[in-house]
Design a protein around this ligand. Structure first.
Ligand SMILES: [Zn+2]
Length: 340
């Protein structure tokens, strides 16, 4: 099986000859930018540079998938948020574009034609052309909850969930159309699967808020988007994994705050799991032996796609990601062979 087939089969928990290695979020580090000769912020803003940096995930690191949307701001910039695209040592940051939740959120009709959307769409097309037979190309769109943080600001949005829940529901209904439109455009450009990042983590959203505001919307996204979806939520998600498995979404990209064994128990046997490897103790600061040990624990717990828990810190060494991918392949091939 080619890496693309392994990655896409692992996303659905189908039989594979070895574990997949990959990530739903950015794997770019500053030393990987130096290695590729392409840096932020240009790699967020120029399709050729974005594709050139993104492909290092497979040409240098040895992962099975490429995911070229390194930042969280592409569609929000197209909606009108002011974005500082950062630099080689700093991820982009943005500012809200709406001052209140009262009916003033207007989705620009042409948002998909704005540069912050056309650049990743063009990069996906190029990556599909260059690597599409061999490796999986993953797109990324943000869910309505994260878009709510971006366009209204985190604090006003969260306050509104308590004070004006109906206004929040109306806003989420508008924002879900942004997620669907950007997702469809990426699938049309050649994405094999999609990261759906929606930051309804425990610090910011209670499990009942997840159930009441988002469960149905995530289920709807699964129904309306025609490719497999990897849901990404940072932080501790143990108290909402029982809801996530009801959405029908194929895979969950989880944070190391949920131990892998617990994640597998809560996810059940149907939901595929990706990540869970700590970006701090393992990816940034781990030794080769520590990385190998982490991979062993993930495989033993039944994690389907080995990789970092979230966007890799820019100051991590890329060599550790390469070791992680190598260990995933070596250990799982031996483990799976001994199971037959
Ligand atoms: Zn994250």
């Amino acid at each position: 099986m080619k890496p693309r087939e392994i990655f896409l089969a692992a996303l659905r928990r189908q039989a594979v000859p070895c574990a997949a290695a990959g990530s739903a979020t950015s794997v770019i580090t500053t030393d990987l930018m130096d290695h590729a000769g392409v840096w932020f912020p240009e790699a967020h803003l120029d399709a050729g540079k974005m594709a050139a940096l993104a492909e290092t995930a497979v040409t240098v690191l040895g992962f099975d998938n490429i995911m070229p949307l390194f930042s969280v701001w592409h569609e929000s910039a197209a909606l009108g948020c002011e974005v500082d695209w950062g630099d080689r040592n700093r991820m982009p940051t943005g500012k809200p574009c709406c001052s209140s939740l009262d009916a003033e959120l207007v989705i620009p009709r042409d948002f998909l034609l704005r540069p912050s959307c056309t650049v990743p769409l063009k990069a996906i097309r190029e990556l599909k052309r260059r690597h599409g037979d061999e490796f999986a190309v993953l797109g990324k769109a943000f869910g309505p909850w994260t878009l709510g943080y971006h366009v209204f600001g985190v604090e006003p949005f969260l306050m509104a969930t308590l004070l004006e829940p109906d206004a929040v529901r109306r806003a989420l209904r508008k924002l879900i159309e942004v997620t669907v439109a950007f997702a469809h455009a990426q699938v049309e450009a050649g994405a094999d699967a999609l990261t759906l990042a929606d930051h309804c983590t425990r610090d910011l959203c209670s499990p009942t808020a997840y159930r009441d505001f988002l469960l149905e919307l995530h289920h709807e996204l699964h129904e309306r988007i025609s490719c497999p979806i990897v849901l990404h939520i940072c932080g501790n998600t143990a108290d909402r994994l029982i809801y996530l498995r009801e959405t029908g979404l194929e895979c969950f990209h989880f944070d190391s705050k949920v131990p892998a064994v617990q994640a597998r128990t809560l996810a059940g046997q149907k939901l595929s799991l990706m990540g869970g490897t700590s970006n701090f103790t393992v990816v940034r600061n781990g030794t080769t032996a520590g990385i190998a040990q982490d991979v062993q624990e993930k495989l033993a717990a039944g994690i389907d796609i080995i990789g970092p828990e979230c966007a890799v810190p820019l100051d991590a060494p890329w060599m550790n990601l390469q070791i992680l991918a190598e260990e995933a392949k070596l250990q799982s091939a031996a483990r799976f062979a001994s199971c037959v």
